[in-house]
Write a protein that binds this ligand. Structure first.
Ligand SMILES: [Zn+2]
Length: 123
């Protein structure tokens, strides 16, 4: 298996269960893998954050898209999944989804109102 390497930054994958995440605060890129190759972002996000609880909608301050949803981990062990991602950087997780976190709460931003509630459940 090979990962994408950028000239200027090192995209090291972090394994969370069966998903490997390569997230870069410099170029805002996220790649999702499993041990059999690339994984769809919706499937990967569901694996990492699908158990998270929707806790609110936020004003889209400095976010890359107008609809921002906040999700809280249901347990301390699930909260550790956030550590696969750099903090306080908007990362492009998929074609219409950006994500960020502060170590406590996961923020998802989308330009698709339709996605809203089911963002991390693979809808
Ligand atoms: Zn990078």
């Amino acid at each position: 298996m090979s990962f994408t390497h950028d000239k200027e930054c090192d995209h090291k994958p972090v394994w969370v269960g069966r998903i490997a995440v390569s997230a870069c605060a410099e170029c805002r890129r996220v790649d999702w893998f499993s041990d059999t190759g690339a994984v769809d972002h919706a499937e990967a996000m569901a694996a990492l954050f699908g158990s998270y609880d929707l806790v609110g909608h936020l004003d889209a301050l400095a976010s890359p898209a107008p609809h921002v949803l906040a999700y809280a981990p249901p347990s301390r062990s699930k909260k550790r999944n956030l550590e696969a991602l750099p903090r306080r950087a908007w990362l492009k997780a998929g074609p219409h989804i950006w994500m960020s976190h502060d170590g406590e709460v996961l923020l998802l931003a989308t330009d698709r109102q339709l996605l809203e509630d089911n963002l991390i459940r693979g809808a």
